[in-house]
Write a protein that binds this ligand. Sequence first.
Ligand code: ADP
Ligand code: MG
Length: 405
Amino acid sequence: MNTQSPAHRASNLLPTGHPTSNIQHPTSNIQYPTSNTLIQMRQIVKTFRSAAGEFTALKGINADFHRGEFVSVVGRSGSGKSTLVNMLTGIDRPTSGEVKIGDTYVHRLSESNMAKWRGRNLGIVFQFYQLLPMLSLLENVMLPMDFCEMYAPNERQARAIKLLQLVGLGQVVRAMPAAVSGGQQQSAAIARALANDPPIIVADEPTGNLGSRAAGTVMQIFDSLVQQGKTIVMVTHDTGLAQRASRTLLLADGEIVSQTIASALPLLTHQQMLQATHNQQPRQFEPGATIIRQGDTGDYFYIITRGYVDVTLQQAAGREITVTRLGPGQYFGEVALLCGGRTIANVKAAPQTPVKVVILEREIFTGLMDQAQAARQAMTRVARDRLAENAALGGPAEKENNCYA
Ligand code: ADP
Ligand code: MG
């Protein structure tokens, strides 16, 4: 059976409460909406125009980020990650669509209001730290407080020192950036990002220039910030680090790939995942409803997004036995599509709760499998195992050689 880990860590994520921090900030920066949605991106299109022509880097992004979430943004180079986070920070503006953070429509702010708003509400961390080289670490961290006139002037230094201690730089607060390691510079950049106690941290490849040890330190700092209730959006190339987030947003060609598809079919290329994303159809089944009847022609590939299904077998004697239960992130229907065209078991929504799935039509599914040899082989192995398991339990003894590999 499908042993993918449950695809939906995100749906299990309970947003934490109101952001709290060990350091109080004098004014509340953001009016929080009553729901836990803190950031909304709606129909974001970004087209760059240059002498070479037009290039659309974001093609209609819809995304919500919840308070207290740690979201990683992944995808190949050029897929639009930086462009996306630049829409959040207001570093760049969408060609069309809306970005709303708290009650603020970010893209509508004037340049001068933008800078103040950003300084109070967002901590931004870049790949190359971007500390001011002629200022000490301490002065770098004090800068955002000075700029936004946050905290009393005579409190700012103590606060900056406290933040530098928090990121492990208590011993080098007066050092110049060039005198410390890259990892320390990035830690200082994080302290600077925290200067005004913003509810949101946006980081674009924050570990991209660091060794694994320094990257680990940065991730530990992020973990503790999330525990304090901060919301973090982090672009990363590193799949290991991406998995430490509570949710991953995968970009391909300026679009968001369905998390359901990406988890269930990890061996597809990102382009193929995007194709599946475009063609997936949601379906819902009432508790106990039959989804697939043993022996029917299989017309769809199913991925469970919510609830559970029971897989049952009609044995020769007419008895029906339950083989297994599948849940979110797991799939079914592949055997008929890959091995001979008939379904080998009944699949029913489990009693009590409705089941939500997404389906791919046979043609779409087999088209993808034709293009993606590794995915097809992996899926065929699963199908063969399920056939063998069912045959051993008295189900239809299909010819395994039929499985298309
Ligand atoms: P990523 O961060 O995922 O590597 P980017 O968001 O930086 O990707 O870029 C997405 C696409 O948009 C790339 O093809 C890039 O060349 C293009 N792009 C980004 N910024 C500009 C710009 N200022 N002008 C023209 N094209 C751009
Ligand atoms: Mg980038």
